[in-house]
Design a protein. Structure first.
Length: 167
C-alpha cells in the first residue's frame, strides 16, 4: 500500500443510516447513530451501564459500555438502552470505536467523546474536524518574551544602588 492510499484510507468518509457520515481515521470510526452503536456493542456482548456514585436525583450520571469479563462489576450498574441514549443525547456525545485490532481481531476499543470535538453533518455529505484552537499567551507576561526579546528588568532600583550585606 503506497502513501497516497494510506492517506485516503485514513480520511475515508462512510455513509451511515439516516444521512449521517462517519470518518474512518486510522481504523477508528465516529458515530452518533443509535442503531450502529447498539449493533456494535451487542456483537461484542457489551451492555449499557452507568458509573455508580455519579449523577444525582434526576441525573443518571456517567455512562459507559461494559464488556463481559472486565473489572467494572463493582463500579458499574446496568441501565437500559433508552436511559443510555437519553444521557448520550443530553451530554451531546459521540462514540469513537474500532471494528478490528491491527492484528485483524475483533476490537472492543471505544470512547465516548463530546460532539464539539468532531462535527458530524447530515445533508452535506461531509464530516470535518473542527479547527484547532490555539492558546493565546497573556500579553506582557514572561511567556510573551520567548522569541529572542529580552525580558524587562523588574527591579525599580539600579543594581549599583542596592545595599550590600556585610559579614
Amino acid at each position: 500500500m503506497n502513501q497516497n492510499s494510506r492517506a485516503l484510507e485514513r480520511n475515508l468518509l462512510v455513509d451511515l443510516e439516516g444521512g449521517l457520515m462517519a470518518r474512518v481515521t486510522s481504523g477508528s470510526k465516529t458515530t452518533t447513530n443509535r442503531n450502529e452503536i447498539i449493533k456494535w456493542a451487542e456483537e461484542r456482548g457489551a451492555k449499557p451501564t452507568r458509573i455508580k456514585g455519579t449523577g444525582g436525583r434526576n441525573d443518571i450520571g456517567m455512562i459507559r459500555l461494559d464488556f463481559p469479563g472486565y473489572s467494572g462489576a463493582k463500579s458499574l450498574e446496568p441501565i437500559s438502552w433508552d436511559q443510555f441514549f437519553k444521557k448520550f443525547e443530553e451530554s451531546n456525545l459521540a462514540l469513537v470505536y474500532r471494528e478490528q485490532t491491527a492484528g485483524g481481531e475483533r476490537s472492543n476499543f471505544n470512547k465516548l467523546i463530546g460532539r464539539e470535538t468532531v462535527r458530524l453533518s447530515s445533508g452535506s455529505g461531509r464530516k470535518i474536524a473542527p479547527p484547532r484552537r490555539r492558546t493565546q499567551k497573556p500579553r506582557g507576561s514572561a511567556a510573551s518574551n520567548v522569541r529572542g526579546r529580552k525580558a524587562p528588568n523588574r527591579s525599580s532600583k539600579p543594581v549599583s544602588s542596592r545595599k550590600r550585606r556585610t559579614a
